[in-house]
Design a protein around this ligand. Structure first.
Ligand code: GLC
Length: 538
């Protein structure tokens, strides 16, 4: 099949450009307290501009007790002092816009911190006007929780409140009580939060945990998951059919989108969604009234093999609704880093895949350097998930270590002599921005070249997609737009396969090893191990 962008659809910035995710604790520490901050990010926007991305999405920087490192918000309209001030946010936006970059704020609607004043009130008495802002239920006759639902980060999802003798529901930590989105007052207050940041110049939001927002009206038990194996996350022992992805969520998404549309057509909603493809695409909403980008996380979990990836692309493209714009994610602050998952050789191929597929790519900070998961010694573990469910690889600290700016002891993230909140990687003396900027054949320069080619050639961002071949080792596809035609050929293994393409004449526009540019390609191409090529066809 050929997958095409409908000509009638607008081509806004978020379809043309690449989103770069910053985990603010780990990007750049401007005041030497070992934790990254907003002025640190502002100081590095020039780097993002040089790299060639379009937008920066910043994980939460709100006031928070940091039980889940900022995803437990105690004030939706402020900045935690560790990250700076609201003025620092305004400066960041002003500088980003001056450089032509968009700013995407992380919006955490599903739950607050237990220290949020709304929850403090809600828990204070059953008669408090905010009682119904959260999800309170009576115990069963024997005192047990109202149903069998589990919390993502381990244990049951219901927490008993001694004072008021009811349970409250939390999809994540008990310090993160879920808001009751069926309550119109909650919806109104949370839409005002969107307006607050839009008024300050935010260009869009990444909506956290979107599938969790609405729960079954009858609070039915979740069924067991027959595929659950020892060593899997305990949360996955049940299929969360009644606690997540409920049909009523789409009405709420439409309302959120309505708030953004009050600010013109160009503000963006990205929905964080771990869902099978057929469920995921529902979040585009009827006639495109949902989020513009429901995150497609499937490249993270699909086996790194040519046929599997080809089948994923095909299944995803075929499932998109009319006008639905694709997107691709290779890594984020919750999943093992791509260079660790696929290895350093394939990290280059992964870069080429991400930046030549149809749709909007999201790039996680440091992946452009090949940063790897860092082993965290037990005494330095910070992530509550690892603390609650230790030893089976659920912890997320390994992919959240300091950005590697240079070869100095703390990788240029914070001054030497300060202990960064997570240890820098051992390879930071050689894997860092400063070294890789100078090395013409570095992964960083490959990313930069790919980003620049992608900007120059709409065929690679908005053009049609068609599969050319998927063999044991090679994935090849065509991208085409207004007479410009490219064939992307990716070798997903270490051998040197030869792919025959009888009709092909062209030249290499870019290779992952950054050494075959301009080479003629006629009828066949032999790839080196772990090599990918973008071939401009004639
Ligand atoms: C999302 C975030 C994750 C966070 C969780 C709870 O999945 O990406 O980091 O812990 O929501 O807010």
């Amino acid at each position: 099949m050929v997958y095409v962008r409908e000509a009638s659809v607008r081509n806004p910035w978020w379809q043309r450009g690449v989103v770069y995710q910053v985990y603010p604790r780990s990007f750049a520490d401007s005041n030497g307290d070992g934790v990254g901050d907003l002025p640190g990010i502002t100081g590095r926007l020039g780097y993002l501009r040089w790299l060639g991305v379009e937008a920066v999405w910043i994980s939460p920087f709100y006031p928070s007790p940091m039980a889940d490192f900022g995803y437990d918000v105690s004030d939706y309209t402020g900045v935690h002092p560790v990250f700076g001030t609201l003025e620092d946010f305004d400066d960041l936006v002003a500088e980003a816009h001056r450089l032509g970059l968009k700013v995407i704020v992380d919006y955490v609607p599903n739950h607050t911190s237990e220290e949020h004043p709304w929850f403090v009130e809600s828990r204070s008495s059953r008669r408090n006007p905010k009682r119904d802002w959260y999800i309170w239920r009576d115990p069963k006759a024997d005192g047990a929780p109202p149903n069998n639902w589990l919390a993502t980060f381990g244990g049951g999802a219901w927490e008993w409140d001694e004072e008021t003798e009811q349970y409250y529901y939390h999809a994540y930590l008990k310090e993160q009580p879920d808001l009751n989105w069926r309550n119109p007052e909650v919806r109104g207050a949370m839409y005002d939060v969107l307006r607050f940041w839009l008024d300050r110049g935010a260009d869009g939001f990444r909506v956290d945990a979107l599938r969790q927002l609405v729960k079954d009206e009858r609070f039915r038990d979740n069924p067991p998951n027959p595929d659950h194996r020892p060593g899997d996350s305990p949360y996955d022992a049940l299929l969360p059919v009644y606690s997540t992805d409920r049909p009523e969520v789409h009405g709420i998404v439409r309302e959120m989108r309505g708030v953004l549309d009050e600010y013109g057509e160009d503000r963006l909603l990205i929905g964080e969604l771990y869902l099978p493809i057929e469920r995921l695409v529902a979040y585009y909403g009827e006639d495109g009234s949902g989020v513009q980008l429901p995150t497609n996380m499937h490249l993270i979990s699909t086996p790194w093999k040519a046929r599997e990836i080809a089948a994923l692309i095909e299944a995803y493209e075929a499932a998109l609704p009319p006008g639905g714009w694709p997107n691709w994610v290779l890594g984020n602050h919750d999943r093992s880093r791509v260079a660790s998952r696929v290895g350093p050789g394939q990290a280059r191929v992964a870069a080429m895949l991400l930046l030549t597929l149809r749709g909007t790519p999201t790039l996680y900070y440091g992946d452009e350097l090949g940063m790897r998961d860092v082993e965290i010694p037990p005494h330095r573990v910070r992530d509550p998930w690892e603390k609650n469910v230790p030893g089976i690889g659920l912890g997320r600290d390994p992919e959240r270590t300091p950005m590697q700016w240079d070869g100095s002891p703390n990788a240029g993230f914070c001054p030497s002599g300060v202990e960064p909140w997570l240890p820098p990687a051992d390879d930071s003396p050689v894997v860092n921005v400063e070294c890789q900027r100078e090395a013409p054949d570095s992964l960083l320069n490959l990313y930069r070249r790919l980003l620049s080619l992608r900007r120059a050639e709409p065929a690679l961002s908005s053009g049609d997609y068609a599969l050319v071949a998927a063999t044991d080792e090679v994935l090849a596809y065509q991208r085409q737009h207004e007479g410009r035609r490219f064939i992307v050929v990716l070798n997903l293994g270490p051998r040197e396969p030869c792919l025959k393409m009888p009709g092909l004449r062209g030249r290499v526009a870019l290779g992952t090893l950054l050494e075959r540019q301009g080479a003629e390609v006629v009828k066949e191409v032999t790839l080196r191990g772990n090599e990918g090529l973008v071939i401009e066809a004639r």
